[in-house]
Design a protein around this ligand. Structure first.
Ligand code: UDP
Length: 505
């Protein structure tokens, strides 16, 4: 995967390989595989000669980039001409989109305004991106715009004649006034989409036509470097190679790259710690961007105060080397906060906490390290304050890890409390969080049962083929609707396309 250039207000085209869906044949049940084959055959006919343009704000770091890489790879592998472009970074623009992101999750963020000046700063680079896109998008194509960063492109691309979907990967269960401010900022754009796609029905907060809503939850790619099988020796070698555990591995830190070629972990994580983690130490892990909504400081505090030293466990908080994620300007600041919180811990808990910045220079190397960390962990946690879906939860569940997670957003759709993981009702309740982690550390039989159920649930619900089928079915419905809309409606503002039911997928 690569990006061509980085000029503010321009598009960068992301190159990616087509992936062979056939490898799922033995992984999903035979009847599900049959449905996949039929769905792809149908899509092949309807989408022939059309390009499906996907636009988001970054090709690496975070769940959307992770998901697009696989989803679009499999779409292309199935014969769909899927393309991916990102809008290039401009600090002022990303400051506003981060403000929107935080508020959509009910969090104040930097507390700045969302008025006319911000609207202009938001729209200006998008106008330049839209000029480029209009050169590329034909009326027979389809456009899928991802997240608040790209919503402003919707009206600007109407005159291409191509149907436009807006897919929101963010969301919050009970929108506060703060969240609704961001929602209202976006409505003038999102109301003009032919369909708005959310991960959960609860995330569509009003102002959008009911017949233009669709629900599709994300998926993980079990064959990606992030999720591919690794034996325990390979896990140890990768963790040693990345400098996360003591260096006494017997083999090379190897993994298989997306193209099937052998890869090796060559770079080391930057660690904030008192001493190197021992291989036989039980590990509690949280993987996430350095984002306050993931509450890394709360995890650290909850672990230090409520997961007792006699558990022998250490905490690893792992995230991307912070400066690396262009559309996430708060990352370095949040990392600095967590480092300060670590420094202020008493000596004993401090010795049990490791902050790991995982190198982002080679995304597949990064994914191999995260994969190894997740497989090595005794307990995985995701103590988010809000979460659109939470891919890290599905990733850990696929690896049979017992997960302790906040009962927020899409996490509630993944974990059945007490069966395939443990949910913590109030994400700020550190004692309950620490208690749940301790319970799993202290009862390996139960942790193993929960881990096995977690894998089963991930297999049934969160694997790629089902996601791809829903995505292709939605595109076909979008084309059908567009074809049945009267010519006058198809022209200017397809704001008034009428249909009697919402997208049934
Ligand atoms: N991730 C990663 N490297 C890191 C930190 C996170 O690859 O150093 C990945 C993580 O494995 C997951 C994605 O980023 O696939 C995060 O997605 P999630 O839905 O959990 O949260 P988001 O970042 O989208 O809010």
């Amino acid at each position: 995967m690569s990006e061509d250039r980085e000029i503010a207000g321009t598009l960068q085209h992301v190159s990616f390989e087509g992936l062979a869906l056939e490898r799922f044949e033995g992984v999903i049940p035979p009847e599900a595989w049959q449905r996949v084959l039929e769905g792809i055959a149908r899509a092949g006919t309807v989408l022939a000669g059309r390009t499906v343009w996907n636009v988001n704000s970054t090709a690496h770091g975070g769940g959307v980039a992770e998901m697009l890489h696989s989803l679009l790879g499999y779409a292309r592998g199935a014969g769909v001409d899927a393309r991916w472009a990102t809008i290039a970074g401009e600090p002022r623009f990303f400051k506003i989109t981060k403000r929107l992101h935080n508020r959509l999750h009910g969090s104040l963020g930097d507390g700045g305004p969302l008025g006319a000046a911000e609207r202009e700063a938001y729209e200006q680079p998008l106008r330049r991106c839209a000029d480029e896109l209009r050169e590329l998008v034909r009326s027979e194509d389809l456009v899928i715009l991802h997240d608040p960063q790209t919503a402003g492109l919707i009206p600007l691309l109407r005159d291409t004649g191509a149907p436009i979907a807006w897919r929101s990967h963010v969301g919050y269960d009970h929108p506060s006034e703060l969240a609704l401010q961001a929602w209202r900022f976006l409505l003038p754009y999102t109301q003009q989409a032919d369909v708005c796609i959310f991960s959960r029905p609860d995330y569509a907060w009003g102002g959008l036509q009911a017949d233009r809503l669709a629900i599709i939850h994300p998926s993980i790619d079990v064959f990606s470097v992030k999720n591919q099988e690794l034996g325990s020796d390979a896990v140890h070698a990768i963790l040693a190679g990345a400098g996360i555990v003591e260096d006494r591995a017997n083999e090379l830190p190897s993994f298989t790259r997306e193209n099937g070629e052998p890869g090796q972990v060559e770079r080391r994580a930057v660690l904030v710690e008192e001493s190197r983690l021992q291989l036989d130490t039980p590990v509690v892990l949280q993987v996430s961007r350095w984002d306050r909504l993931k509450d890394p400081s709360g995890v650290l505090d909850g672990f230090a105060r409520h997961v007792l030293e006699d558990s022998g466990a250490h905490l690893v908080l792992a995230g991307p080397a912070a400066a690396a994620v262009a559309d996430d300007p708060e990352g370095p600041e949040v990392l600095a906060e967590v480092e300060r919180a670590w420094e202020q811990l008493d000596a004993q808990p401090r010795a049990r906490v490791h902050l790991a910045n995982i190198p982002m220079d080679d995304l597949q190397e990064n994914a191999a390290i995260i994969n190894a960390l997740q497989r090595h962990a005794t307990v995985v946690c995701q103590k988010s304050l809000a979460e659109g879906f939470g891919l890290t939860v599905a990733e850990a569940m696929w690896k049979s890890r017992p997960v302790v997670a906040s009962s927020v957003g899409g996490i509630q759709d993944q974990i059945e409390d007490g069966v395939s993981g443990l949910l913590v009702g109030d994400p700020l309740d550190l004692a309950t969080f620490g208690g749940a982690v301790s319970a799993l550390l202290g009862d390996s039989a139960n942790a193993g049962r929960i881990g096995a159920k977690a894998r089963q649930r991930a297999r049934e619900r969160f694997l790629g083929p089902d996601h791809l089928l829903k995505y292709l079915a939605l595109l076909q419905q979008l084309l059908q609707r567009s074809a049945t809309a009267s010519p006058s409606v198809k022209g200017a503002a397809r704001g008034s396309v009428s249909a009697t039911s919402s997208f049934g997928i």
